[in-house]
Design a protein around this ligand. Sequence first.
Ligand SMILES: [Zn+2]
Length: 152
Amino acid sequence: MSIASAIDKNALRLKRSWVYLRLVKTHGMRQTKQREAILATLQEAARPLSWEEVLAGARVRCPRVGERTVFRNLREMMDEMLLVRVYLPGQPTRYELPTGEHCPHFICRQCGQVFQLPGETPEVMHGYTPPEGFTIDGEDVVFFGRCPTCHD
Ligand SMILES: [Zn+2]
């Protein structure tokens, strides 16, 4: 066995064990090839993905996976809080792995990709008093600009 394929196998095993931990150990869900493909796609992308991007990524690993199967698995894993939906104004719904933090999102004006930036969202409500009659119970910070790929 070449060194490269040994490394590949090891990387695959690590990825599998990460999926196993999330799916089976923490959430008591069955580990299927489809779920593994969806989770690995989201983890590798490390940014919120649209439905089409999830499907394309899942098909790299599971070429014959159907749209309905991916959609059903997304829904099931969302019910289990393994995935979260990301709603941004004027954007299609995206999916991401929960981080446990309320991270700000970033939309690249050039390529349109959405990223989840590390760190807690800055407190924008600090010092803002809503007009009378308005009660605010949430906020979502979205930054716009250029991503590292589009920067040049
Ligand atoms: Zn970009």
